[in-house]
Design a protein around this ligand. Sequence first.
Ligand SMILES: Cc1cc2nc3c(=O)[nH]c(=O)nc-3n(C[C@H](O)[C@H](O)[C@H](O)COP(=O)(O)O)c2cc1C
Length: 434
Amino acid sequence: MKLTILMGSPRKNGNTAALLEPFLQECAALGAETETIWLYDRSIAPCLGCMTCQDCLDGLGCVQKDDFPTVFQAMADSDVIVLATPIYAFFCTAPMKALLDRAIYAGTKNYGRQKGPRLLAGKRLASIVTCGYPKEKAADLWEDALKRFCKHGGLYAAGVLCCRDMGRQAPFMDEEKEQAARNFARTLFPPETRGKQVHLSPRLRMAADMIPTDSNGISLVDVGTDHAYLPVWLLQNPQKDRKFVHVIAADLREGPLNRAIQTAQEAKCSGIDFRLCDGLSAVDTKEANVIVIAGMGGETIVHILKDAPWRDWTDKTLILQPMSSMPELRGWLQENGFRIEEERLAQEGETLYTAFLVRAGEMDPLRPAELWAGQNRNVPLRGAWLNQWLARIGRALEGMAQSQDSGIHTRRQFLTSVYGGLTEMKEEWEQWQK
Ligand SMILES: Cc1cc2nc3c(=O)[nH]c(=O)nc-3n(C[C@H](O)[C@H](O)[C@H](O)COP(=O)(O)O)c2cc1C
């Protein structure tokens, strides 16, 4: 589905532009193609009323040479036309009025000697409006005019979103307006045009929630993307200040990558850059500031980081979600110039998973038990997590109890000290809970 947004505000950072932003994000999340045309940047002269266009039944036939035909073509090529405008003197702004005057005449061959087609018939027309007065005293005339414009041109009136500017004493955007813009976008998509919604398991949702906000835009790489659930979900669920400027979904094998492409197609989610490659090998350092490596063994994650085609990690955020070898991964990170800034836990059935947020930098050396269980101090699942490690190490110690082998003896001593450390950590946790 294609939406053309005709932007009638002169202010690039104004209220109407701010309201449009979550609307556009939601459209992208629903898989729509959008084009925004800033009318103040185009030259669209007022209609001359010469009626020449009425003698041309197979095109616009306007005598004026300006940007009108290009803008009209974009309207004709779209499923939904969105008129975004501040209210000026109880109506839309002047460039939009000029556009509508010319569109209704040149686009509706109703007024000449011979009747002809209505060139925008069947399109849906919606409007996003901002105004200073209460809606019923500000946008009422505009709303009525649009209904008549639609009736006349054979378009469907798809609704108006109107938000009020309370003046300089209050910021224009708030959560309510943001939500209203998203909801309005959803009303424009009939169910059959919407992509399939992806749902994340708690494990992947934990990794998704750890991706930091960044108003400058995020360039994300999901390494070992498999079904591409994570990148598709991120694009389907836009958040304030978490704008993705580039999303790469990489996988080592063709089968998983094809599955990833299929997920994106079913979700009608465009804009993912799929790469068949080993780890980060086909990713340039400029293409990535957030790297997610989830659902792999800790040692594989270490290999991927070691083999990355860059050495400087200063502007990167890593979200690492190991399935095994966590002590090895934590140990390697602390010895190789990385700092684990945060750890979280998630539960799926009986199984607990962890994920780390990692950046370049020094970290205080982890105690042996922390290499095993991490430092997820304020996480509600920590008690269960420590119990899980105590049980695992306890079982390993039982298995080694009878052995006379000197190597196993050393390992047993080491694991005994880890067990002691974990017990202390559990006591600390229980104290903290009180
Ligand atoms: C020239 C001008 C005329 C305006 N006329 C009206 C009006 O008739 N009714 C109204 O409610 N607000 C009016 N406003 C207020 C704007 O519609 C409102 O501040 C809007 O949010 C500005 O959007 P923008 O930041 O995208 O330019 C007017 C503002 C200007 C600058």
